[in-house]
Unconditional design. Structure first.
Lengths: 399, 200
């Protein structure tokens, strides 16, 4: 019954995506929570068992961030989004992985990457992603995906066998088997994309229900597209196409998601809650570390976009410093000049930012400006005499 | 030809193929007290104990030695890495290109270059530079730095490296081993190798 209801939800979504039947506000109503769920049947019990084992390994992983304040905050946003009763079925793990991602296992294990926390700018954006992931869990997508993939692979195996038998009697060509295989695989991946769309719809229901600004969901995907475009542009390769979906894509295109979520946002009341200040405050102890992880990926375009997006119209000293480090890291002559300017701008706003003197000094030394470079490094060493690289920097000043 | 005969020919063919490829993939013993050139460059070292040189190489300008086995205690030599070259072989040049050495780099730019290279090529999530100090490598001014990282196998490893830029090219030696037991066990043997290094 429960699954039947969600099946109807999926159908409502499919209809919405086809844009043939306009969505009503009721379509976003979050179904009543039916209490703690236990896996049913052999397949689901097996999937839960595997997820339990994964969770045991995950719990001890060195990547897990154990900072209580950060965990409590992210969990608080999740619970506000999906409601306290549903929240009780989730164990949340924040992982130090600098990519945009979050996932949900069938047994209620939610993984949130630090790269996601760095990319979203407020609670509403975070809530949209967490709500989407929880929707996969509530809709039992892993189970249905597994069943569909198994049925598909069974069909491919039978087709291959029958095709081989027929060929040995001169009846069929191998290409007909390959055609069926391609078609079956296409169905599996299309099915996964439909899951993503259903999770977008239910996730959107949570977001709107919790009083968050509804258009935040589309902002997240626009940010992802723009970041990917900037990364590609700087690397001199073509940007992704967002108007058509690849055959093997497990997700709809980012453009489709942004457009669909905007379409939803225009049809549901939602709220005004943004949570920008609270989010910034909660991330403050970690932002420098997360930015450092991002810079060390060596993706200049993506990092530059990300820093700009975080800054918005207000450049804070830590973002100016991060941008300066990014430019100094790429190290073209023009980058070093720009980097020195960013360090100076950061120091204007926060003269106590000792690391900015270090960076400024190194940027100037690399451009051959030894006197000014040494002076900046000297200020850094005066401020942080026991710095771990103090000896090295002194040697470089003397060279 | 019956099935048994066919299987015999298949087994013989497999053995021949393995035998033919063996010399290419073989590791090589580096004997104690014998001075050898490393990393296809004018770097030489004289080990005090026997080491194993691993094949295949992980980069065009490097070679890796080990005492007990790959990733248990690795010493990697980078010889004459020139402008525009990477430290390791590209893993996904189109989407995640490795950083390239530039002859305008300062010595303090080398540790971050190694970090980014490792994060991409070895798929590391956690990497921390824990210290850096001035050093000498075969009479040239150098940087000595230490670091820690966790790879996909979740083992915490420690590293110590020495790097110098000579005539616009990078020369570097790194030593890496699991933090538990292995790092301390072979550290002195690495340092002996480093101190025996001669350039040109």
């Amino acid at each position: 019954m429960r699954l039947l209801r969600f099946g109807k939800l999926g159908l409502a979504l499919a209809a919405a995506c086809a844009a043939s039947a306009p969505l009503q506000a009721d379509d976003f109503a979050v179904p009543p929570y039916e209490g703690a769920y236990q896996p049913q049947g052999e397949d689901e019990r097996g999937l839960w068992m595997m997820a339990d084992e994964d969770e045991r390994l995950l719990r001890d992983s060195r990547l897990v961030i154990t900072d209580e304040a950060l965990n409590e905050y992210v969990r608080g946003v999740l619970c506000r989004t999906i409601g306290e009763d549903r929240c009780g079925s989730v164990r949340l793990y924040i992982l130090r992985v600098p990519y945009f991602n979050a996932s949900m296992a069938p047994n209620g294990t939610m993984r949130v990457y630090s790269g996601l926390l760095l990319r979203v700018r407020n609670e509403a954006e975070l809530a949209s992603v967490l709500g989407h992931e929880f929707a996969h869990f509530e809709l039992r997508h892993t189970l249905w995906g597994f069943k569909r993939a198994r049925t598909g692979s069974d069909l491919v195996a039978w087709t291959t066998l029958l095709g081989a038998m027929a060929a040995s009697y001169g009846g069929a060509t191998s290409s007909s088997g390959a055609d069926i295989q391609t078609s079956v695989l296409g169905t599996i991946y299309r099915y996964k994309r439909d899951h993503e769309r259903a999770a977008d719809l239910l996730g959107f229901g949570y977001l709107a229900n919790a009083g968050y600004r509804a258009s935040a969901a589309a902002d997240v995907w626009r940010g992802v597209m723009n970041e990917s475009d900037r990364s590609a542009e700087i690397r001199g390769r073509r940007t992704n196409r967002y108007d058509s979906v690849a055959f093997f894509a497990s997700h709809p295109t980012d453009l489709e998601r942004a457009d669909t979520l905007s379409y939803f946002a225009n049809r549901v009341q939602g709220g005004e809650r943004e949570g920008s200040d609270a989010y910034r405050e909660a991330m403050a102890p970690w932002r420098e570390e997360f930015l450092k992880d991002q810079l060390m990926l060596g993706d200049f375009g993506a990092s530059d976009f990300l820093i700009e997006r975080l800054a918005g119209e207000q450049w804070s000293p830590d973002l100016l410093y991060a941008r300066a480090e990014l430019y100094r890291g790429r190290g073209n002559p023009r980058d070093l000049v720009a980097s020195a300017d960013f360090y100076r701008d950061a120091l204007k706003q926060d003269p106590d930012l000792a690391n900015a003197y270090r960076g400024l000094g190194l940027a100037l030394l690399r451009t051959g400006n030894r006197t000014a470079g040494s002076e900046a490094i000297k200020i850094y060493l005066d401020r942080v005499p026991n710095a771990e690289d103090a000896g090295m920097l002194r040697m470089m000043m003397e060279q | 030809m019956n099935i048994t005969t066919r299987m015999r020919w298949f087994a013989l063919g497999t053995l021949a193929a393995v035998a033919a490829t063996q010399p290419l993939a073989a590791h090589k013993l580096r004997e104690a007290g014998v001075t050898v050139e490393v990393a296809k460059s004018d770097l030489t070292v004289t080990p005090s104990v026997a080491w194993n040189r691993l094949n295949p190489r992980t980069g065009k300008d490097n070679e890796t030695w080990t005492l007990d086995g790959e990733e248990l205690n690795d010493v990697t030599f980078y010889g004459q890495v020139e402008e525009g070259k990477t430290l390791l072989l590209e893993v996904d040049k189109r989407n995640r290109p490795l950083p390239r050495f530039s002859d305008t780099m300062l010595l303090t730019d080398i540790p971050p270059m190694l970090e980014t290279t490792y994060r991409i090529a070895r798929d590391l999530r956690l990497f921390e530079i824990t210290g850096m100090e001035p050093a000498e490598l075969s009479g040239h001014k150098a940087i000595r730095f230490t670091y820690e990282f966790v790879g996909p196998d979740e083992v915490r490893r420690k590293g110590e490296a020495d790097a110098a830029i000579v005539d616009g090219a990078l020369y570097m030696m790194t030593y890496e081993a699991p933090q538990i037991f292995f790092f301390d066990q072979s550290l002195e043997k690495y340092r002996q190798l480093r101190d025996s290094m001669a350039l040109g």
